[in-house]
Write a new protein. Sequence first.
Lengths: 110, 116
Amino acid sequence: SQQGEEDPQALSIQEGENATMNCSYKTSINNLQWYRQNSGRGLVHLILIRSNEREKHSGRLRVTLDTSKKSSSLLITASRAADTASYFCATRHNDYKLSFGAGTTVTVRA
Amino acid sequence: EAGVVQSPRYKIIEKKQPVAFWCNPISGHNTLYWYRQNLGQGPELLIRYENEEAVDDSQLPKDRFSAERLKGVDSTLKIQPAELGDSAVYLCASSPFVGAANEKLFFGSGTQLSVL
């Protein structure tokens, strides 16, 4: 079963704009990870945030985690056409299982 | 460094036929995962290996699916017989350490299976 749920399911933005997507989960986590998947390819790890962290940055990516609300957000700033992809949150639980959500499809228009 | 290698890239079979997928993880990675990804969905775990031991196969439909990881390196996932509902992308992933929670996964490009 999939633990995380992303919102929105799909997002279309203009190049240069920011993209924000959210992830909610049900049970306590060890960490939460975000992955990107380009069409027809495997997933690529973007960023990991531990349960005791609240915010993390990596380049144009900013991730927040609110364990009290069991939610996380991924912000991509100054989007580019190459950011067009599906984005998945994955939650790592104490049994080491990594469970993925259904993903947010992001389309960046030139 | 070479990434996770999967083959074949695509496979089309008729229902009730057997099919096998092969995965070569990144050298030195002890943990190997097989995931299934249905169209428009996220990956769902089928089985996780730590070295050659299957430590989590609770989601593997054991009546028709089998997997092995001989010598703790390459892995094969088999379906016999295949059903129409098995059409999906089968993804292999690996990570460096056994039992390490704060580890990211490295994914292969997947095998896209179509069962007709």
